[in-house]
Design a protein around this ligand. Sequence first.
Ligand code: CMC
Length: 439
Amino acid sequence: MSEAKATKGRNHGMTLTDHTTGKSYELPVLKGTLGPSVIDVRKLYGDTGHFTYDPGYTSTGSCESKITYIDGDNGILLYRGYPIQELAEHSDFLETCYLLLYGELPNAQTKAKFVNDITYHTMLHEQIHFFFRGFRRDSHPMAVMCGVVGALSAFYHDSTDISNPHHRMVASYRLIAKMPTIAAAAFKYTLGQPAVYPRNNLNYAENFIHMMFSNPCEEYKMSPVLAKAMDRILILHADHEQNASTSTVRMAGSSGANPFACIAAGIASLWGPAHGGANEAVITMLQQIGSKDKISEFVRRAKDPKDNFRLMGFGHRVYKNYDPRAKVMQQTCHEVLEELGVKDPLLDLAKELEHIALSDDYFVQRKLYPNVDFYSGIIFKAMGIPASMFTALFAVARTVGWVAQWIEMIEDPAQKIGRPRQLFTGEVERPYVPMQKRK
Ligand code: CMC
């Protein structure tokens, strides 16, 4: 509809006028509780014979959701209405999981039951440890996680009936509970050490740290500061509305695929450096920069349209202001480094890079601020976690967001199989050319 023009109509709709035919169409406008209204284009194709075109979905709402809200202009992130800073300060990860899944904070009794249920699902089917052995020892942990999580559907048949609410709940609990065990086992596998079994006397974050760093030969001494920092990092990454991996989970699940397969798809999407893989890429970039005097060279490259280098950990599709998670992360970073007595030159480098970028016109005009991944890698590095595990940690935290969004989708009466259309610009129909006539 090259000449079509959308004009704001009455407050309940918009009028779309096709100037080629002179016809007008009334499009309903739907209002949420927060954020911009959406134009309902579900009947657009049927009424006009036109699709919308929106690569990267920059203007498209793909679903209705009640879970997470982001106000990117003002740097606000709410889980079920609660600001992320308040949850990071006062809540803990499993309470946040309950909130994301059920919509309300639990009372003491429901919280105790939830924590117990998750804790008693952390062990893996023993056969899964043999499955690990099929991977090369130098596999990337995310490659192992894609494979192992996808394979859970071959181990837990009793929770793959997506039309059964009890199956959905059991599968969700299993995924949240077992993800740290899988991630830690993937790490141990690359080290050539035995996988460490979960311990029910530890909380979620402590258990994860214990499974990553203890070994059967000696007692492991847990640092409460590190455990608290890990818990906070998990909260910060728990959900982020319709990002690439969550949309991938929803898309995979829209066909009726089982939850283990859907979450494996989410892990694959998260792995990319434009998404969860950025935390690993930030450390690689800071190491490449090496010293403060080289920062300007890398900033120049990031601004050069002919160079595809980007400042990793900077910019966000939705945040056009400081990512609120990055603020909490920066503070946590200081606490962790102080507790460990670590003086990491990469932190000074990161702060200087942030300072230079935030006062540079290119970044200011495009509203490119540090995102959650900018400081997280420095914390993980100080904790002794190798860069290849950073995105795996993100996957552990995001699992609850993925399953909460997956359940919401399955239970949404408006849910349909995800099936976008296209603007076709390829060859028009033509007859088959026999081999002897081809050039
Ligand atoms: N460094 C330099 N320039 C950038 C950057 C960057 N990190 N990010 C965006 N730009 C420029 C981009 O070149 C474009 O400039 P122009 O208008 O002149 O063409 C403009 O800013 C808008 O960028 P875009 O690519 O259209 O924005 P997007 O919304 O499609 O991409 C993004 C968002 C996060 C993929 C991108 O900012 C990026 O690649 N950042 C680096 C990777 C990163 O840190 N990712 C983690 C995101 S937060 C964690 C998560 O959600 O997983």
